[in-house]
Write a protein that binds this ligand. Sequence first.
Ligand code: MCA
Ligand code: AMP
Length: 486
Amino acid sequence: MTSLFPALTSGPADGPALRFGERSLTYTELAAAAGATAERLGGARRVAVWATPTMETAVAVVAALLAGIPAVPLNPKSGERELGHILSDSAPDLVLTAPEDQLPSPVGDLPRLDVDVDVHGTGPAPAVPEEHADESDPALIVYTSGTTGPPKGAVIPRRAIASTLDALADAWQWSGDDVLVHGLPLFHVHGLVLGTLGPLRRGGSVRHLGRFSTQGVARELAGGATMLFGVPTMYHRIAEAVTSDPDLVKALTGARLLVSGSAALPVHDHGRIATATGRRVIERYGMTETLMNTSVRADGEARPGTVGVPLPGVELRLVEEDGSEVTAYDAETVGEIQVRGPNLFTEYLNRPDATAAAFTADGWFRTGDMAVRDPDGYVRIVGRKATDLIKSGGYKIGAGEIENALLEHPGVREAAVTGEPDPDLGERIVAWIVPADPQSPPGLAELADHVAQRLAPHKRPRVVHHLNALPRNDMGKIMKRALTHE
Ligand code: MCA
Ligand code: AMP
């Protein structure tokens, strides 16, 4: 196939490619660092990447893609249980790390390859390995939560990455002149595919904040960055800050494009940012399994509460409960969003059952997101089919996963997990617990630590309620609606 990163060989050799804090690489240097790492991967079938928000992670992923070897990004904050599952499911041959990384069990048991990013140079880029992979070959395996059970590995082919990034280039007029700033994690599609591989495919550059802050956003946008990507929690924090931070207002006013995604950005936050800066945040809608499906276009009308129109190459339809297609564009008739196109994943690794259930017989992917369409085709997401999926801080979290972890605590007899609205996180995780001993129920901090250590800190409950019994129907099934409405 054609290269995923043409700029590595024919791009702006001395132009900036990546910047993480004080460290940066030009395209020549990135080609040298990633090319050398790719050569050291020879023979590996699949590799894991210890995906800290660092230069090493970006170079490691580019190297794996150059070598045509699928990469599995790991959340470095994942607990032992979650890491154990991902490693046994994906069976990587080795893990790519930064030299100073300390690896916990069980990742520490894998052979490790320290990525060397300490290269300097000018002039034409050195030869990088030719990308021998086919466009249908797997590029990334990204783990994503479902309603029950442990996370599933979505196998993302090279074709999906190329097509989604090119469709976004069309929608956003995204070019090599753009400088992107963000502080997103690098183990999910948003920060890794859009936020890191995106600028590199365009021959532009990305400045990663290491950790999101409104001050970092203001500094970089005032210092030449043109685009900002973030999850709604980040834009909420920006909306809170603009009233008292004139530097932030000025920086946002000068940006070319402010893009939000991973969850819905409340209209109130849209409004506060627009009022303070005169700039409108645009939203795009995607999923780990589908990469990007729709977006408000840079040359289109920014309409808060909508995720815009289908991207070039993406077919989108709304389907009713009985399988019939919604034909109305009336901003009223709700259907499940189903999509088809080159942007889709190929399968859930080792899960033919889940893969088959995710597609219709004629190849449409069932997103589980419910939406209506405005008369001019703008899509408005109005909810989700599964109440057991929680979106907190832009992370998708399955209630079942947390319930299983809670049930392993000796002080927990029964557990149910729900999401409730949170102004900062969108939704916060709530645990409803029947304690084993009502006289000494386990407290919030204890249960939060228990979950954070096994799964990941973003999956920890933020609220715990103690009950004598969980409300159940005649079949014995927990009635979660009764919990959330108590
Ligand atoms: C707190 N912490 C703990 C505990 N309590 N650690 C261990 N055990 C505990 N009990 C730590 C946390 O790890 C964190 O550390 C710090 O305390 C604060 O945590 P928290 O309040 O949870 O988070 P935050 O720092 O306020 O983060 C908000 C955030 C974050 C920055 C918005 O949620 C975030 O980065 N979200 C992005 C999610 C994302 O990229 N989703 C894309 C997937 P420390 O600060 O050191 O970490 S969706 C996708 O890819 C699709 C395709 C799409 O459409 O985009
Ligand atoms: P994930 O599985 O973590 O990739 O998250 C994908 C889900 O995030 C989608 O199925 C949607 O529910 C949600 N999502 C992503 N972008 C948006 C958006 N702009 N507005 C509303 N929901 C979104």
